[in-house]
Write a protein that binds this ligand. Structure first.
Ligand code: SF4
Length: 362
């Protein structure tokens, strides 16, 4: 979102810049969500896989973060309206109704559960509130909720499945005109079961799923995601940070925990986000090069064999051809051609220098 044109347009305003800086900083400091969300499982499978592995940069602009925040405020406003018309709403914040599956690694929270909906007063409904700008709102009125956002629709199918409610009430608030669009949706068991299976595949897979998008010009990616996000999504760059979720030793354990097979221990969210120096890249992330497991220097090592056949080791050890995962993250941007730079290799060896940045090779 770095290229957000509206943010640039307000660049002369120092107050706006200060607000943006403050909320962007606060957002960057937040730890990513630990579980796979029911709110996103309807998305492109590759994007969901990367999200679960914390691959993408936390780089929303201040303006976009304010849009998210306004959406949360309007959710509460609309829930108040529903109560005003006599709907009994349960599970409002801070007493949200949560559901989880797959050992606790797949989860979601309802905006509310309600009874007394006009037209079907005796039927319990999952309640979901969304907001939209005028252009998106017009598309919604033309297409209906399911076509308008398959991801939002998927989220509701899961909420109905796990709550055993057979109906959902969605209210979408137009942020330009304050018009409210409402729809009632029906539970579709097969759709919910398909999504639950998709979640399991995302959690279990060490392979990067095939992209839904046939090429790089698809607007969902090309128009809405930052350059860094796109580079990671298409495999031109490694994930934005080194953490346990993108380490080959990470395990998603069945009892809602995460583990490390290398250190033989469970890991909390903070530990996973911090990673450790023994990190080894998940093999699938090193694309267009081969990962080879071999005993070298009397120990088990993962070697990366690049296109010209030469090999080096993904290891924090102090050897000429041993590179930590963070160094590899930078070298990857050069397609590893920097490894042919004898001056660089000599500086590493003689002064203990480490690679901390590299220009991307076009
Ligand atoms: S080796 Fe380190 S980075 Fe990898 S999973 Fe274990 S603790 Fe995390």
């Amino acid at each position: 979102m770095k290229n957000d044109p509206l943010t640039k347009a307000t660049a002369a305003n120092k107050v706006t810049i200060a607000i943006d800086d403050a909320i962007e900083k606060q957002n960057r400091e937040q730890k990513p969500r630990g579980h796979l969300g029911m709110s996103s499982i309807g998305n492109d499978k590759r994007a969901v896989w990367h999200e679960y592995r914390w691959s993408f940069p936390n780089d929303f602009t201040g303006r976009v973060l304010r849009i998210f925040e306004l959406g949360h405020i309007l959710e509460e406003v609309v829930l108040d309206y529903l109560e005003k018309i006599g709907i009994e709403v349960h599970g409002r914040q801070p007493d949200q109704i949560n559901y989880s599956d797959h050992g606790g690694h797949f989860g979601g929270s309802l905006d509310g559960a309600g009874i007394g909906v006009p037209g079907a007063p005796k039927t319990w409904h999952v309640i979901e509130i969304k907001t939209a700008n005028d252009s998106r709102f017009k598309s919604l009125k033309k297409d209906g909720y399911k076509k308008w956002s398959p991801t939002y629709y998927a989220q509701l199918q899961l909420y109905m499945h796990y709550s055993s409610m057979k109906r959902a009430l969605v209210c979408v608030y137009n942020k330009n005109t304050s018009e409210i669009h409402t729809e009632r949706l029906e539970y579709k068991k097969l759709e919910a079961l398909g999504l639950i299976q998709k979640a399991k595949e995302v959690l279990d897979s060490e392979q990067i799923p095939v992209s839904t998008y046939t090429d790089r010009s698809w607007y969902e990616i090309a128009n809405y995601k930052s350059d860094e996000y796109q580079a990671i999504y298409w495999g031109d760059e490694l994930p934005a940070n080194v953490n346990c979720r993108n380490c080959r030793f990470h395990m998603t354990d069945i009892d809602a925990t995460h583990g490390c097979s290398f250190h033989q221990k469970t890991l909390n969210t903070e530990e996973q986000f911090a990673g450790c120096e023994d990190h080894n890249w998940l093999h699938a992330l090193i694309r267009q090069h081969e990962m080879v497991d071999r005993i070298t220097d009397n120990q088990f090592n993962t070697l990366i064999r690049i296109k010209d056949g030469s090999e080096f080791v993904n290891s924090p050890d102090d050897g000429k051809l041993h590179f930590s995962s963070d160094e590899i993250r930078h070298l990857y941007k050069t397609d590893f051609v920097a490894l042919k730079d004898e001056d660089l290799l000599a500086a590493r060896k003689e002064f203990g220098a480490r690679i901390t940045d590299m220009e991307k090779v076009k």
